[in-house]
Write a protein that binds this ligand. Structure first.
Ligand code: PLP
Length: 397
């Protein structure tokens, strides 16, 4: 491919754009991962990452993509044949469910419509039926990246408690951590799964398990085979800031800077900035008269918006056109949504002008591909962004 001048717009819903200070930290020379400098860095990031998950308990850092941390959550806490209750929010919930089955877990899947979040009432009803407490864990995705739907995790916690059920609660926050408010400890989550490449603004390659005391206790008797993912050895070596095997040294250098950047901005401001980009995007999409994949406004995602194309139009063709003409990558439709939706990532290192730039590229693409839409969506986004310098609730038109 010939060189395309100007900056590439990486607007997939993760990996997101990596800010320069983080890139610079990743590009620094690799240090000895068993030396004193790394020990200090390790302790700093292992403590710092807890503030992002909002927990006072340990967070494990793996040199792996998010899929690895999914596996780690399951194999550290469960035994062969254990039952797990999951909810079909979309593609990523489906993949986690498939993984659980491959690992020898009996994974039940409550059917969803790929347009809504987790139905906490359905979880509660199923747990109430489970009088013998055969279900050992409830595992759900906080922000379903394939659909742009965010689920109410405290409601899931209440459902488990309401049923008086002892199941562990596991939550995937791969596309919400650092973008959408999340509280591991306050919400009573036992294992939270995270990844580096989205709200944390790092390249892919690190993933996380934030663990509760209850999950740690479960790991003492869990019998699924595990070695690389084993929490015990990790926790032991992490005490002094080290890892049982070679960590992703350079990504950990970047992680320290990413955590600092998030705190410098303030987590609440980070979340408000994501809410604002998402709201501007939705106003634009709604003005175009295109449909948002997420059905329920209370479940709209602040890290991405999935947009449905009218029948007979190809989302993949639109994305290809936008990539070749405007040097912008948008997310594709996954599984049954393939070619039917495109996804706009508005997460990570992102500001207002990037929002309008992205939306302009999409609006021009719609024209080029002759996809029916009402002109002026970008203007609707600009009206919102220029009339509102702070909170979403103060929106002015
Ligand atoms: C919600 C969610 N869960 C899990 C994954 C899988 O993570 P990875 O691709 O980093 O292995 C992704 C990836 O996009 C995701 O968005």
């Amino acid at each position: 491919m010939t060189y395309q001048p100007g900056r590439h717009f990486l607007q997939i819903p993760g990996p997101s754009n990596t800010p320069l200070p983080v890139l610079a930290a990743v590009a620094k020379p690799t240090i000895d991962h068993r030396g004193p400098e790394f020990g200090r860095l390790g302790l700093e990031v292992l403590t710092g990452i807890r503030t992002i998950f909002k927990t006072s308990k340990p967070v494990i850092i793996y040199p792996a993509s998010g899929t690895g941390a999914w596996e780690a959550a399951l194999v550290n806490t469960l035994s062969p044949g254990d039952k797990v209750l999951m909810f079909e929010t979309g593609w990523f919930a489906t993949l986690w469910n498939k993984m659980a089955k491959r690992l020898g877990i009996k994974a039940e899947f409550i059917t969803g419509d790929w347009r809504s979040g987790v139905d906490a009432a359905a979880i509660e009803a199923r747990l109430r039926e489970d009088k013998s407490h055969a279900i050992k864990a409830v595992a759900v995705v906080h922000n379903e990246t394939s659909t742009g739907v965010t689920s109410d995790i405290p409601a899931v916690r209440r459902a488990i408690d309401g049923a008086g059920h002892p199941a562990l609660l596991m939550v995937d926050t791969i596309s919400s951590l650092g973008s959408i408010d999340y509280r591991h400890e306050e919400w009573g989550v036992d294992v939270t799964v995270g990844g580096s490449q989205k709200g944390l603004m790092l390249p892919p390659g690190l993933s996380f398990n934030a663990i509760s005391d209850k999950a740690l206790a479960a790991s003492k008797t869990a019998r699924l085979p595990r070695s690389f993912w084993d929490w015990e050895e990790m926790l032991a070596t992490n005490q002094k800031g080290f890892f049982p095997y070679t960590p992703s040294t350079n990504l950990i250098q970047g992680l320290k800077v990413a955590i600092d950047l998030l705190h410098e901005e303030g987590l609440d401001n980070v979340f408000a900035r994501h809410d604002r980009a998402a709201e501007a995007t939705r106003r634009c999409v709604q003005h175009w008269d295109l449909e948002i994949q997420c059905r329920n406004p209370s479940e709209y995602s602040s890290s991405l918006t999935a947009v449905r194309l009218p029948e007979g139009h190809s989302a993949d063709n639109l994305r290809a056109e936008i990539l070749s003409r405007f040097n912008m990558s948008l997310g594709n439709g996954l599984g049954p949504l393939s070619d039917k939706v495109f996804r706009i990532g508005h997460l990570g290192d992102f500001h207002d002008l990037m929002v309008t730039g992205v939306l302009s590229g999409v609006e021009m693409g719609l024209r080029i591909c002759r996809i029916p839409h009402r002109l002026g969506g970008v203007e609707a986004a600009m009206n919102y962004l220029s009339g509102n310098t702070g909170q979403v609730a103060q929106a002015a038109e």
